[in-house]
Design a protein around this ligand. Structure first.
Ligand SMILES: [Zn+2]
Length: 134
């Protein structure tokens, strides 16, 4: 993983493939190849913004080529994503607090095992560590 590559939003011809890939994650397919470099599976993070509606934003990114996208106002389909920021109401303030882009910080959280694979619908919530990818 190269640290010289800047995080960048998917744009142009990458926009739709990345939105499609993020949609697959939302549908419960958590091993989606990066549509850009095809050298890594995408990582992801979901944060609930509207507790009443049960909707939030899903971020997806490639740790290799560092292209990212996000899907706002989506439902997680019952999956419970690990979220260390669940209790933070003003999540938007996290972005831009320091020089690191939000996704760069999320990628570190993934490496630390604080975010990752969600628990499937219907399971009891427990404080288990999120499952890690091999
Ligand atoms: Zn990639």
């Amino acid at each position: 993983m190269s640290s010289e590559v800047e995080w960048r939003d998917s744009y142009g011809e990458l926009k739709l493939p990345f939105m499609g890939a993020a949609g697959k994650i939302l549908d419960g397919n958590f091993h989606v190849d990066c549509p850009n470099c095809h050298k890594s599976t995408l990582r992801f993070y979901y944060h609930e913004f509207n507790k009443q509606k049960g909707t939030g934003t899903l971020w997806a990114w490639c740790p290799n080529c560092r292209v990212t996208t996000h899907l706002p106002r989506v439902e997680p389909g019952g999956w419970r994503y690990p979220d260390p920021f669940r209790a933070i109401d003003d999540f938007g303030k996290l972005e831009g607090r320091n020089a690191d882009p939000l996704v760069g910080r999320l990628d570190k959280l993934w490496d630390e095992g604080k975010i990752g694979l969600p628990e499937p619908p219907g399971t009891q919530s427990k404080n288990s560590k999120p499952a890690r990818r091999p």
